[in-house]
Design a protein around this ligand. Sequence first.
Ligand SMILES: Cc1ncc(COP(=O)(O)O)c(C=O)c1O
Length: 495
Amino acid sequence: MRKLLGDHVLQRLQQDTEGKLHQRLCRCLRAAIIEGVVQPKTRLPASRDLAKEIQVSRNTVLSAYEQLQAEGYLEARTGQGTWVSEQLPEVFLNTAQEKQLRPLSRSKQSVELSLRGSQLIGHASASPHQWGAFVPGVPDVTEFPHHIFSRIQTRLSREPDYQHLIYSSAGGSSELRSALTDYLRVARSVQCDTDQIIITEGIHQAIDLVSRALSDIGDRVWIEDPAYWGMRNTLRINGLDIHALPVDQDGIIPQLTPNQPPKLIFVTPSHQYPLGSHLSLARRKQLLKIARTYKSWIVEDDYDSEFRFSGQPYPSLQGLEIDAPVIYMGTFSKTIYPALRIGYLVVPKALIHSFRILATELYRGGHLIEQKALAEFIREGHYEAHIRRMRLLYAKRRAYLVELIERYLGQDFLHEFNDTAGLHLVMKLPQHCDDVAVSSLALERGVKVRPLSQYYMQSHAHAQRGLLIGFACVNEKDMLMAFGTLLQCLKENGL
Ligand SMILES: Cc1ncc(COP(=O)(O)O)c(C=O)c1O
């Protein structure tokens, strides 16, 4: 229990970087109480123990405990330590009378947010640190040929067609959808016509659209365990019953309960995120069979398949069978840059009409000049040339990182599912090594790795310990320095 709270608080402290440390700690603890990570009537760790566990001073913990006592979340019992109150302020505040009596005693956050909003905040995982050694999943955005892309954009913006300045109701720019159709057919073996493509603001939005369009609150969905936290959070706020299924070297292991089949099955077949295996042909067929039998939809997240450094790319699951019950999602976040916020869905023909209406109703759609510019960028061959160049660069950086791990730690530290692909790799740690504490210490020293255990949904105790290390946005010289720092942090955490 104490360990879980410590891990939880450490992770949140990494994300909540505003204000003084005791205020940040107070917010983290309050959120942990609101979302039920620590239940009412639970004894909290002694201030000295928690301070040691999360590596802050005891005064910082005392000050956070005192603030939460004043707010009514905690009670100090003489000689028995600090306890989570039996009745949280939220309970009182559900009555109109209390709303009038105590408006100033509650934090702004808990007054304004819905339950699902506060729960999502409790699970928030997006890091404010998005650049440098070793941020996972971020491409080297400085290498993009900005001069070419901005030349196209400038030309299009000078005398824009009115069509590109009004609300979109067609699922995005027709030029981009057409360029993508040809690209996806050749590069990813996706079977589609242009009208099956819907442009989104990245895969995040695509997940939101798919889950709202095809499932209702309480419906069962399958995801991989471990998985991308962004996927989990989007499904959470949509109220879905998330079943996280284990993965092995062949990808997700389906575990069907026939009376509760999944509505949606989210998978990363080409490059399991974050472990790196790919979905075997047998499992692909198994999933397709389940989906056809139970009328489920498979949602294929093909987020980084352009970056495979040896062998042939694995073709998409969507293209494996005619009329496969698969919705395909892709993004330009890894191949161009994340802030572009352009991704796409390829939906089966039967869904085209309803998805277009839903996308328009929910998001309206815009950025059409950027989308048209991107279409020209693709048509003129710059996109594939950039991918080819980046593939070579990332392959070199990855090889160097592997060499560092092998030289200083040994081959056993490389996760066995790591494929020579993607923008990050997973470094395995022994189970006794606290990956959350290592990441937190490394962050304090300017090195941004992410703890593998936090990508699991199932019991934290069973989660594999390790670190996600991004190699794409760091050159070899900086990598060496950062790796030295990381080694020191590992040593200080008992490795
Ligand atoms: C597995 C996976 N899917 C989707 C995304 C998000 O893509 P987008 O930036 O298009 O929302 C990420 C981002 O890191 C990812 O790792």
